[in-house]
Design a protein around this ligand. Structure first.
Ligand SMILES: NC(=O)c1ccc[n+]([C@@H]2O[C@H](COP(=O)([O-])OP(=O)(O)OC[C@H]3O[C@@H](n4cnc5c(N)ncnc54)[C@H](OP(=O)(O)O)[C@@H]3O)[C@@H](O)[C@H]2O)c1
Length: 264
């Protein structure tokens, strides 16, 4: 059960909590893992790239908690089931799940290959991966009876059509993730499991490095705050959603994009 707020210092503490972050080995996921670790949480990272995972664990170590990586492909439900069970046993359960693993593609629909492989790759990761993890971890959270916080990393692309890049599979999956968040907030509320979404805009990670220089400048000019976001800023928002400060917050989708969706 998430404790009620006693004082503001403790309201944002995650001391003693166990968090599972998919894609926690780099980019936004690593920043979220780091923000959680700095607030006292133990963190399990689910990803595929073992080398990046080992580097991430080294980066977290100075914060003094328990940090461990697990090899898992979120698109593969049997694999998710097996690895969630293993990690749950290793950590003695999870209070926080962050569905952050995601991929994108830049292509107009009519230019995709005959198998629509980009469409299925993005939907299978960004939407179905989120569903797989929520199903497996959610069932265990419900059985444990201690409540929890699930945070889905969507995107501001859930709400806008990006003029600089055609990415209908990505935008469609993220829009579905936002409404999945609403549905889960209603279904899981009775178990005191809160479900919220974070919708970042352009943020400095590997995912945003493919943007050509002229587009980069155009985007920055459109942005009221005039710059790309930093991953740790998303980490700070994730801390809020996971913490007792947000004990009455569920079913929300918070945009964090420097105001881009208002002016693009
Ligand atoms: N950066 C942005 O501007 C931005 C803006 C809005 C939303 N987002 C969202 O934020 C999230 C993180 O993005 P990012 O920028 O940090 O991306 P990134 O640097 O490219 O990292 C993507 C992460 O997802 C993991 N991943 C991908 N497919 C996976 C799979 N099948 N199973 C397990 N893990 C998988 C990767 O793990 P491996 O290394 O093991 O492949 C990696 O940790 C995504 O959901 C993205 O859509 C990003």
């Amino acid at each position: 059960m998430i404790p009620s707020i006693v004082n503001m210092q403790d309201a944002f503490s995650l001391k003693g909590k166990n968090a599972l972050v998919t894609g926690g080995n780099r980019g936004l996921g690593l920043a979220i893992a780091s923000a959680f670790a700095q607030q006292g949480a133990n963190v399990a990272i689910f990803c595929r790239d073992a080398k990046k995972a080992a580097e991430a664990i080294e980066e977290l170590k100075p914060f003094g908690g328990k940090y461990q990586s697990f090899s898992c492909d979120v698109t593969n439900l049997p694999n998710v089931r097996e690895v969630v069970a293993k990690a749950w046993d290793e950590f003695g359960g999870f209070d926080i799940l962050v569905n952050n693993a995601g991929v994108t593609c830049v292509s107009e629909l009519l230019d995709m290959d005959e198998e629509l492989s980009d469409w299925y790759r993005v939907l299978n990761t960004d939407l179905n991966g989120t569903v797989h993890m929520t199903y497996e971890v959610g069932k265990k959270m419900r059985a444990a009876g201690k409540g929890g916080s699930i945070i889905n990393v969507a995107s501001n692309a859930a709400f806008i059509v990006n003029k600089t890049q055609a990415m209908s599979p990505y935008s469609s999956s993220k829009a579905a993730v936002v409404h999945f968040t609403h549905c889960m907030a209603v279904e899981l509320g009775k178990h005191n499991i809160r479900v919220n979404a974070i919708c970042p805009g352009f943020t400095n990670t590997d995912l945003s490095q493919f943007i050509p220089k002229d587009q980069f400048e155009y985007i920055n000019n459109q942005m009221p705050l005039g710059r790309f976001g930093e991953p740790i800023e998303v980490g700070a928002l994730a801390v809020y959603f996971a913490s007792p400060a947000a004990a009455q917050v569920t079913g929300t989708a918070q945009v964090i994009d420097g105001g881009y969706i208002l002016s693009c």
